[in-house]
Unconditional design. Sequence first.
Length: 505
Amino acid sequence: MPTFAAVDIGANSVRLKIASPSGRALKVLQEDREVTRLGESVFRSGMLSTDAMAHTVSVLQRFHRAAQKEGADFVRVVATSSLRESRNASAFIDWARSATGWEVEVISGVEEGRLIHLAVVAGAHIGDSRAVLLDLGGGSCELTLSDHGEIREIFSVPLGAVRLTQEFLQRDPPKRKDLERLRTFIDEEITRVEKRIAAGRPQVAVATSGTAAALAGAFMHKRAPTSGAVPTRAVCDLALRLAKLSREQRAKITGIGTRRAEIIVPGAMVYAQLLSRLELSSFRYSPLGLRDGLLAQMVAEYDRNTKFHKQIEAQRRTALLDLGKHYGVDMKFAETVRQLSADLFAALKPIHQLPSEYEELLAAAAMLHEIGSFINRAGRHRHTYYIISHSEIFGYSTRERQIIGSIARYVGRSRPTPDSRPMRPLDPLTQQNVRKAVALLRLARALNQSRRNIVHQVTVRIRGGRALLEIIPKRGSADLEMWAIEKETGYFREVFGRDLAPALS
């Protein structure tokens, strides 16, 4: 079985987890974590400091050696709020790439919440209940509403422990006036999402990451609860107590430690106010987090038969439908093109030899290839690329959105070239794969040129240097479709080095 490695570059710490599937579970081979405070300067100046970048890159190099030692077949490295908000994020990404060869992917708060939810569901920490997941990191706090293991809504608010410490608590112990300002800011941010979360009627609160672990550790040291839950009253009391102590005094409390003591006060206040405002009686701590969600995602992408792959597919399809409807796409037409693209992907596989994940990326491009018309039909293909690549499409990474956008971009007169703007961010192999997917989408689009969904079946026979494309219509004439297919034969030959011979049956 393959080995997977997940790296989470947070505003406060960097984490590594390496695992390999063992039956229905993952066998953890190695874990590592180090506090680097990469986001500390970002929340003060908008820039990553050179020292923090150097420290983080050094840790990534250590992680890289560990991944090589364990023989990791697949590695995914993501960064969250610190790189989302810094003006010099590209400098860090380039530095990390040159030091490790890894490509750092900056994910949104919504994607962060989705992956954490995937981790918690995979670990069976929710069950058949309505829950709210609370993940308070260094720069942001992700709040996810879950109903029987299905995501209903995700919110990302700027209530990270490092961020709030930098912006409000410069003195130790904190002054009353600073604490009042911090409390007001937290209340304002909670107010923005409170009603929508309450409308989900969560029964259970599950908290992840370092702040939740510290609060749970401090409470468990004092008591021995049978349920493993940390009562809201205890969180509120602990938040008040911590705010009165110095950093050294906070560090002596079991479960907190030296580095967490520096940022625990605002983290505890956020939890106290969130739980109180949402009228939740307690929270349960889960050690699972973003890195576990990354591992679950990678396993699901490797093995398409897992239940999590089906769950991810369903989430992605819903996201595509919602985005298409939002921009007024003719979804009936788009669905027909999607089905035709899937038929062509299967029938022409001996010729295109695309990786299996391109079947889903091609389908997504087919669903959204007309989305740019919402802005203006003139230049609609350029608008299509922009909307897709810059939208938050649930379950798709930034790179996947770029690929989907690039495929959908070229269904008009223009053709993808290495120098064209959508293609420039992609590596040469991905550019080649995109060109192949573009050729398939153009054929699928041509097979519904009349927008009447008259093609019943498409079959392909490969003879020598030719691909014989037989079109079986449902009813009526498919002359317009034949005309459109004929126009695509030149590009097909250019991409695949084969002649395409269409025929009606």
